[in-house]
Design a protein. Structure first.
Length: 256
């Protein structure tokens, strides 16, 4: 007897029990032409040899978009039965929202906006509503990951520059044989709210080698040439990159 998704309110609902794949395919509508490297990322993501993708890129380079696209393709291919989206509950370093009222879903719903934005871009509303109704789209903070086995799913861990090394390790060790993990972040430090405590840069360093590739871990760096959000974002990112280079060359932290 096959195990099915439990409803989101069921006991231990975070434990992935899904073995049943989707019954009907849905249409994926890509909104822009991918660059060659972005196409390579998608091809690597749907490869049966892949266990983990590390997408290290600047703002607007389609890291989350590519991750969701891979997840939807694998759903359509009956290779997985769900998409899970994880984030750390780290707030911006220069602004605090204070205490958030409500239950866990209400407290974390704004952290999950990037996922649902990308799903809305890639799917028509009836298909998205159906996936949500079938409990194939799940979101939760990394603080809930311990004791969970991520099985038969694509797990997207977003904004990794705001995660500690131990947190990333904890997520990586939750993956079963039939799941794909995608780590998204920016190791440059431009979007880092943890300062020197961030673990993502170290993860990029230790898993960017041939041994990792032979074990199903693929690292990709996406620079400003892969920005698709807007021409303005590309301009802004490149301007700030020049500022950081200038500051680094001066070595005094103020650019003068």
């Amino acid at each position: 007897m096959s195990k099915k998704y439990r409803p989101s309110g069921a006991k231990n609902s975070l434990v992935t029990l899904q073995n049943d794949k989707i019954c009907e395919n849905f249409t994926i509508k890509q909104k822009f032409e991918l660059t060659d490297k972005q196409k390579e990322i998608v091809d690597t993501g749907i490869s049966k040899e892949s266990r983990c993708l590390i997408l290290d890129g600047v703002a607007g380079s389609a890291k989350t978009y590519l991750s969701v696209l891979i997840g939807l393709k694998l759903l359509n291919m009956r290779r997985v039965a769900g998409i899970h989206y994880l984030r750390t509950l780290v707030q911006s370093k220069d602004s605090e929202t204070g205490f958030l009222v409500g239950d866990l879903n209400e407290k974390t719903k704004y952290y999950n906006v990037p996922l649902y934005d990308k799903l809305s871009e890639l799917l028509i509303k009836p298909d998205l509503d159906k996936l949500i109704k079938e409990d194939r789209i799940r979101t939760y903070p990394t603080s809930m990951i311990r004791g969970i086995t991520e099985e038969n799913c694509v797990t997207i861990f977003d904004e990794n520059q705001n995660a500690l090394l131990g947190t990333i390790e904890s997520v990586m060790t939750r993956m079963s044989e039939h799941s794909l993990l995608i780590l998204c972040g920016d190791s440059s430090g431009s979007q880092n709210d943890l300062g020197q405590k961030t673990g993502f840069k170290k993860v990029c360093e230790i898993f960017n080698d041939e041994e990792s590739r032979n074990n199903g871990v693929a690292y990709f760096r996406l620079d400003s040439s892969h920005i698709v959000r807007s021409k303005f974002v590309k301009y802004v990112v490149e301007k700030f990159e020049k500022v950081r280079t200038l500051i680094g060359n001066n070595g005094n932290g103020n650019g003068h």
